[in-house]
Design a protein around this ligand. Structure first.
Ligand SMILES: Cc1cc2nc3c(=O)[nH]c(=O)nc-3n(C[C@H](O)[C@H](O)[C@H](O)COP(=O)(O)OP(=O)(O)OC[C@H]3O[C@@H](n4cnc5c(N)ncnc54)[C@H](O)[C@@H]3O)c2cc1C
Length: 582
């Protein structure tokens, strides 16, 4: 449904069962759950889908080894179950990640871990080999029945340095275990949303829209794209705005009915680094290491570059967070500690991003010790409005189980049965995933009349949804864009099918062009022209959009126009230019 159709539908029939506010991964997850049960559900997201914390994660799909030392066994167990489900349900984006922990001590951390577990101290400290061994043995024990990936193994100092010669020579040993990573978390969010939209006629979602309580205690959806304001009457509201939860509650409740503070988020930042020596030094592993101050940092190969992070700093408002200079220095210093001979030049930092972990309100003085678990609380109407179910906490890895929990509470409230389970339900391009990818690729490439190489590229980006993308590309004349592998028709498909409203939706979230550090100024302008044609923007709108994007890219992601321009060199392309007519 197009946004005008959604707004017209609401004008005719403002009653909905549930209005979900917040289109991060958790809001989208509960939206899909409820749509699958046949509920009339509306989602409103005030920016773009998955533009908050759900685009700022370390891209790990993990049990959370370090949460064991906080005693969060239930969370680790649940996360490992969800990690393994994602490996099956979204194999196009979620894959195993061999992870190596350099160990600098034998015994340290053990006593502290026990003391912390008993609640006698909250201070972080060095984790030695025995503490790491204990954690990894629990990890293996919790996954022993599924055993999708190999068990952990220890290496001595000599064999560790043989495999990773650039590691700090002060190490005593290393431990390797398996977790998983997600290549396109923002795309997975959009595909999850689409699964919800097709599940129930009438389920609808709007990005760039907000739900507001009016002075007379009613609710309106305010559309930022065309300025429309439409009344809506939800039986239940779900506040899934993550780090914004208290700010969103201010616009949902009268001051006297507003709940106490629920959220106490912490900011984390990451850098994407383009340095071949660093990339090679990882030997295709994630290095999960402890900085000198005891904070855990990560470093792993990501889309041909290296992702490094992250920090953990308390913030009150997630709206304008960015990686600040001191965080960048901290991350680079931690890198210099673990890989001392690798020098990173400023121009090798090709992208940076920051977001706010939606953690429950806490007075803990050490941010790393704030619980990472999730829960829901229902704020009852004291001012005549509908109940508001608030989703608090939640990792990316556990989005399905958190959405399921919130949906079950909503179903109980609305006296509706659960009809469909999502535990084994594939997501988007993870559906009908072929056992033999090369056979599948050859069959689709022949059927659609495009090259095997191009088909493989599309499969890497969209999983089995690549068949639909290829069908669209092949049904009209296509032109290559100034980036290897992208063409006009591929991006037209995304613009038409994936609720693209702004240039940043396309360049930051529907594609990995910006995060991978591959976006050039020529490509940006070519994509802007295309979007302007599709949206019928005037030259003034187009100029405004260009300024908006460059401001965002410079301010939030540390990439300015000169950096984009320096990437303008001609590249080879595998896109085909088809001669077929419309
Ligand atoms: C630095 C960092 C690293 C992390 N690493 C990992 C990791 O490796 N693995 C992992 O599993 N998890 C990780 N996480 C946690 C994970 O990213 C988050 O827990 C998860 O993405 C939260 O999703 P969410 O939907 O609750 O919040 P968000 O993604 O922040 O979504 C909330 C949405 O609500 C919208 N919104 C706000 N106010 C309103 C309003 N009034 N009306 C409508 N919409 C509104 C916002 O625009 C936003 O899109 C990390 C988080 C951070 C910050």
């Amino acid at each position: 449904m197009k946004r005008e159709e959604i707004l017209d539908g609401l004008r005719q029939s403002p009653k909905v069962d549930v209005c979900v506010i917040g289109g991060g991964i958790n809001g989208i997850s509960v939206f899909r759950e409820l749509a699958l049960q046949g509920l009339n559900v509306l989602l409103v997201e005030k920016h773009d889908y998955c533009s908050g914390a759900s685009s700022a994660l370390s891209r790990m799909v993990h049990g959370g080894l370090r949460y064991l030392e906080n005693g969060e066994f239930k969370l680790v167990q649940e996360s490992l179950v969800e990690r393994d489900r994602l490996l099956r349900n979204a194999p196009h984006y979620v894959a195993p990640l061999p992870t190596t922990v350099p160990v600098f001590d034998i015994f340290s951390g053990l006593g502290n871990g026990i003391v912390r577990f008993l609640g006698l101290t909250r201070r972080p400290s060095r984790r030695g080999a025995i503490a790491i061994k204990a954690g990894l043995s629990i990890y293996d024990f919790l996954t022993r029945k599924r055993a999708l990936m190999p068990r952990h193994q220890f290496r001595g100092r000599r064999t560790t340095l043989e495999k990773w010669p650039a590691l700090n020579p002060g190490i005593k040993s290393s431990a390797t275990y398996f977790d998983a990573w997600v290549s396109h978390p923002e795309r997975l969010g959009v595909e999850l949303l689409q699964d919800g939209l097709v599940a129930k006629f009438g389920a609808a979602a709007l990005n760039y829209a907000e739900l507001r309580r009016t002075e007379d205690g009613r609710y309106r959806v305010e559309d930022q794209i065309d300025g429309a304001s439409v009344a809506v009457e939800p039986a239940l509201i779900i506040n899934a705005t993550g780090g914004w939860i208290d700010i969103a509650n201010e616009s949902l409740f009268s001051p006297e009915a507003r709940p106490a503070r629920l959220m106490g988020g912490t900011k984390g930042s990451h850098l994407i680094i383009d340095n071949a020596e660093l990339r090679a030094a990882l030997a295709d592993h994630m290095i999960y290491y402890e900085n000198e101050d005891g904070r855990i940092c990560i470093l792993f190969p990501y889309l041909g570059k290296v992702l490094v992070g992250s920090t953990d700093i308390r913030v009150d408002n997630p709206e304008t967070v960015r990686c600040e200079a001191d965080e960048r220095d901290y991350i680079l210093q931690s890198l210099a500690f673990v890989l001392p001979d690798i020098k990173i030049r400023p121009q090798e930092i090709v992208f940076q991003f920051a977001g706010v972990r939606p953690l429950p309100a806490s007075t803990d003085s050490f941010t790393g010790r704030i619980p990472r678990d999730h829960f829901c609380t229902v704020v009852e109407p004291r001012d005549g409005g509908p109940p508001v179910l608030c989703m608090i906490g939640g990792k990316w890895t556990t989005f399905r189980s958190f959405g399921e929990l919130a949906a079950d509470m909503a179903l109980e409230r609305l006296r509706q049965p659960r009809r469909v389970a999502t535990t084994d339900r594939p997501i988007g391009g993870g559906r009908a995933f072929p056992a033999d990818v090369s056979v599948w690729l050859a069959g689709v490439a022949t059927a659609k009349g495009i090259s095997g190489e191009r088909m493989a590229e599309l499969f890497g980006r969209y999983g089995t949804d690549a068949e639909a993308v290829a069908g669209f590309i092949a049904s009209g004349p296509d032109v290559a864009l100034p980036h290897a592998g992208y063409s006009v028709r591929e991006l037209e498909f995304l613009i038409r099918e994936e609720a693209v409203e702004h240039l940043d939706d396309l360049l930051l979230r529907r594609t990995t062009l910006a995060v991978s550090g591959e976006l050039s100024l020529d490509m940006m302008d070519a994509v802007l022209d295309l979007l302007a044609q599709e949206k019928r923007w005037t030259p003034a709108q187009c100029a405004g959009e260009r300024t908006r994007f460059l401001t965002l890219l410079t301010g939030r992601h540390g990439v300015d126009e000169d950096m984009l321009s320096a990437r303008n060199e001609p590249r080879s392309t595998t896109c085909e230019t088809t001669a077929k007519s419309g």
